[in-house]
Write a protein that binds this ligand. Structure first.
Ligand SMILES: [Zn+2]
Ligand SMILES: [Zn+2]
Length: 163
């Protein structure tokens, strides 16, 4: 990702620069794929008291203007991604819910078989790969507690060591 000055980024998208917006934008970069709650915590560390509404408003504005991207994985709150507009995908761990970027081999959009939907105009495609991250797989090699709530919520595939 090319690092852009947050104030410049706001101006480039026609937004006035306020301390709150700057803090929210920095927080999204600081906790990529963070929930609104995680971002709010980060903003408050920078600015002290900021209302939840102010933070939500800034996030919504940024998503609408294309500064950041919102992803909504099943069973998860909305997550905010500082990488917008590049069509990258995500790999999400069923156990710890960590989100990792996956570079899309085809940009900006994965191929939509035209024959099956000739009348459909695509403007966005989202691919989520569900599985288990390296850390969780390493942990599952040793006997481990098996009470991760995120896993129970998606029982489609058993955890590797739970059988
Ligand atoms: Zn994991
Ligand atoms: Zn991402």
């Amino acid at each position: 990702m090319v690092k852009t000055d947050p104030a410049e980024l706001l101006r480039a998208h026609g937004l006035s620069v306020t301390p709150q917006r700057l803090a929210v934008l920095k927080a999204v970069e600081h906790c990529p794929h963070g929930s609104a709650d995680a971002i709010a915590d980060d903003v408050r560390e920078r600015l002290g008291t900021v209302s939840v509404q102010t933070i939500y408003d800034a996030l919504t504005t940024f998503v609408d203007r294309g500064l950041i991207r919102r992803i909504e994985p099943a069973g998860s709150p909305a997550l905010f991604d500082p990488r917008a507009g590049d069509g990258h995908h995500h790999a999400i761990c069923r156990s710890c819910r960590s989100v990792q970027d996956v570079e899309s081999p085809i940009t900006p959009l994965p191929f939509l078989p035209h024959a099956s939907r000739p009348d459909f105009v695509v403007d966005e495609a989202e691919v989520v790969y569900w599985g288990f991250c390296a850390a969780c797989r390493a942990a599952s090699d040793t006997p481990a507690e098996d009470n991760t709530p995120g896993l129970r919520a998606r029982p489609r595939k058993p955890r590797p060591h739970s059988l």
